[in-house]
Design a protein around this ligand. Structure first.
Ligand code: PMP
Length: 422
């Protein structure tokens, strides 16, 4: 039954029953964390072999004969580039391999645009620079923009990606300098941009000639089942429209091998690669090639990487199932929640009754389950509807996940009833 159709008496009576269940949860003294999209320990175990370096077999020398223990090779070793060139559908020359974090690469790129511009005047000197932010989105993207004082504009996500009618309208303003995108299994909705949306992005006619799309392809190989959502190569599609300088694509092995100890990379046009390398030559003599080499040996090639991701899927698919089954059993037909069923990625996006997300998260916290703070999926931490909650099911063991989602469903109902009976 829809909660909105209950009489006040029915709603109050149900609330009392649910509060008794909630108090029982509280008495358990739970301490569970579902706040961030971290892999579980069983997923980390899948990559332990990576740490076994065989020096006797000369495993510190790259296939081009580079001694990876030493300085040199600013943009990364070729065997690592080759793996991601195939995955992303770009040429190896259009890839730069970095250190351990793609977030760091994005921060650096924006920082460089602010101080030195993106082929035009420094953004710092162009007052009132703005970015488009598909919402809900990734809080750390928003944090970068906020850090540099770049104003953020919400662009609602549709089932196919960002609302492109709005995007096309906004880019007529030369102050709009870019857009952050997570095009495959987006964080947190798990949406993959449709071919039409990708084509419309690639063919954008922007008033700013220093407009940049940060194409954060963090979940490009992170399927949960046998089927993979299709996402074309943005660089190649942009080339068709002469827009190849507009996009900076990033990815990393953070959720392939070890978050924090993986390898990050960037793919971009010839012109952008040259500009970034020039800046890098001031910034570093080179990144950690031993880690790149370890990863190349471990993953072998694009096929090897995909086979490795199947092992992750075997661990993750049951976790997503646990959450989705419980949401279905507890919240379907109540009229107080709606959620996505992603085919990959790391998150499930739950939209509770408007005005109830903060309260739901608070109820969970008081009973010992920490979720991503409500609002975090929007710029400035402000969800205009106070409705979106990001569920990160990967980290807790399955039994703890079951308990956490039971509590989440209960809290969703209580928060809704509090609002409806107020
Ligand atoms: N982008 C997205 C969309 C993410 O969800 C995350 C977090 N895993 C990152 C980037 C961070 O990636 P990295 O570890 O490479 O910095």
């Amino acid at each position: 039954m829809k909660f909105q159709e209950m009489t006040k008496e029915e709603a109050l009576s149900l609330k009392n029953t649910l509060m008794a269940q909630y108090d029982a949860f509280k008495a358990k003294g739970l301490k569970l964390d579902m706040s961030r999209g971290k892999p579980g320990a069983d997923q980390l175990d899948l990559s332990t072999e990576l740490l076994k370096f065989n020096c006797a077999k000369n495993e510190y020398t790259s296939r081009d004969g580079v001694d990876c223990r030493n300085y040199g090779v600013l943009d990364g070793i070729s065997e690592f580039k080759a793996i991601y060139a195939e995955i992303l559908g770009v040429d190896t020359d259009n890839i730069i391999v970095f250190g351990n974090s793609s977030l760091n690469v994005m921060f650096d790129y924006i920082s460089q645009c602010v101080t030195h511009g993106a082929g035009g005047e420094a953004w710092l000197l162009q007052k009132g620079v703005k970015f488009l932010c598909p919402v809900p989105g990734y809080d750390r993207h928003f944090a970068i923009l906020e850090h540099f004082g770049i104003e953020m504009i919400n662009i609602p996500m549709t089932a196919e990606g960002p609302d492109m009618d709005l995007v096309e309208e906004y880019v007529k303003d030369p102050k709009i300098k870019g857009m952050f995108c997570v095009p495959k299994y987006s964080n947190p909705d798990g949406i993959t941009y449709s071919e039409e949306v990708v084509e419309r992005i690639a063919s954008l006619k922007t008033a700013a000639n220093d407009f940049r799309i940060i194409w954060d392809n963090a979940y490009n190989v992170h399927d949960l089942g046998d089927e993979s959502d299709y996402l074309g190569s943005i660089l190649k599609i942009c080339e068709k429209y002469g827009n190849e300088d507009m996009v900076i694509e990033v990815a990393s092995t953070s959720k392939v091998t070890f978050p924090g100890s993986g390898v990050a990379l960037l793919a971009a046009s010839d012109k952008n690669i040259a500009a970034i390398k020039k800046r890098m030559s001031v910034q570093t003599i080179g990144h950690d090639k031993l880690n790149q080499l370890r990863h190349a040996h471990f993953l072998q090639n694009a096929q090897g990487l995909k086979a490795h991701m199947k092992k992750h899927a075997a661990v993750l698919a049951p976790k997503f199932d646990i959450v989705l089954k419980k949401l279905d059993a507890e919240l379907a037909g109540t009229g107080i929640a709606q959620w996505n069923k992603p085919k990959g990625g790391y998150f499930i996006s739950l939209n509770v009754l408007d005005g109830c997300a903060k309260r739901t998260v608070e109820l969970c916290k008081e009973a010992g389950v920490v979720l991503t703070p409500a609002g975090a999926t929007f710029p400035y931490g402000k969800d205009p509807k106070d409705s979106n909650i990001r569920i990160a099911p990967t980290f807790p063991p399955n039994d703890e996940l079951e308990t956490a989602v039971d509590l989440l469903c209960l809290s969703t109902k209580i928060a809704a009833l509090e609002k409806l009976t107020a």
